[in-house]
Write a protein that binds this ligand. Sequence first.
Ligand code: NAI
Ligand code: A1CAB
Length: 269
Amino acid sequence: MKVLVIGAGNMGLTYAEGMSKSKMLKKNQIMILDNSKEKLEELHQISHFDAYKNLEDCVPEADIIFIAVKPYHAEELFGRMATLVKPEQIIISIMAGVTIDTIKKLTGLEKIVRAMPNLPAQVGKGLTSYVTSKSVSRIERLTVESLLDSTGKSILVSNEKFIDASTGISGSGPAYVFYFMQSMTEAALQMGFSESVSKVLVSQTFTGAVELFNQSSLSANSWMQKVASKGGTTRAALDSMEDNNVNELIKEAAYAAFNRAIEMGKENK
Ligand SMILES: NC(=O)C1=CN([C@@H]2O[C@H](COP(=O)(O)OP(=O)(O)OC[C@H]3O[C@@H](n4cnc5c(N)ncnc54)[C@H](O)[C@@H]3O)[C@@H](O)[C@H]2O)C=CC1
Ligand SMILES: O=C(O)[C@@H]1CCC=N1
């Protein structure tokens, strides 16, 4: 089996690295293509991947083609791929808001997997939701799942609406966590801590809270109540968040990403 990754940015390179460390593939079974000169130079330094500049040199060789370019590059890329692809090839696209129908229309292929990963894939802690078109067989789906699992966990969803929804939760979600971390860091600095101490205070608090959450069946809300003593400091903080509608604002933000994914699906038709 040969896998071609197109787009060697944050996510494409992360997947290439993840797949190369999995038992599924050897390094020489992974090809990677990027159209940026600087990226290609960078790729040539990473000697374990076969790096390509021209689609015609690698697309025909691939069994699975992993698309990791920005959504607005999809039309141009697929247009150039259309004459090089073969019906048995499988496309895995991680582009936000590019639908299976659009990919079918632009490439002429039928075996399409639409997936939504997230950035923690870079450290093997990613979450990828995915859905397949009808033409992808069970065996092919399991192969794809093993590739996606090479960067963390994967979840098969029942239809594309849940890919857009998971974009709003897990795909964009790391940025919401960083937003919260940034606010807490700014508060720590204002209280007089140094940058390095602020960083430790914030990061260990997040790591510890997530660890507690993961090691029990308690909900986030139950854990919140465990931290908060009656009339105490945490209650004061949580009341302030409630008074300022922070809960509703975070939900609104997640919906903004979900809706933007749907909108991009229409724009990229
Ligand atoms: N960054 C993130 O957290 C997530 C990104 N995604 C999706 O992943 C995709 C890639 O995002 P990033 O890796 O962040 O972008 P990036 O900008 O880091 O990487 C994109 C790469 O594609 C290359 N490229 C552009 N057009 C090309 C073409 N026609 N042929 C070959 N290479 C081409 C660029 O030179 C660049 O190296 C996007 O579609 C995004 O929606 C999905 C989930 C999370
Ligand atoms: O911001 C974006 O559009 C991409 C999709 C999810 C995370 N990054």
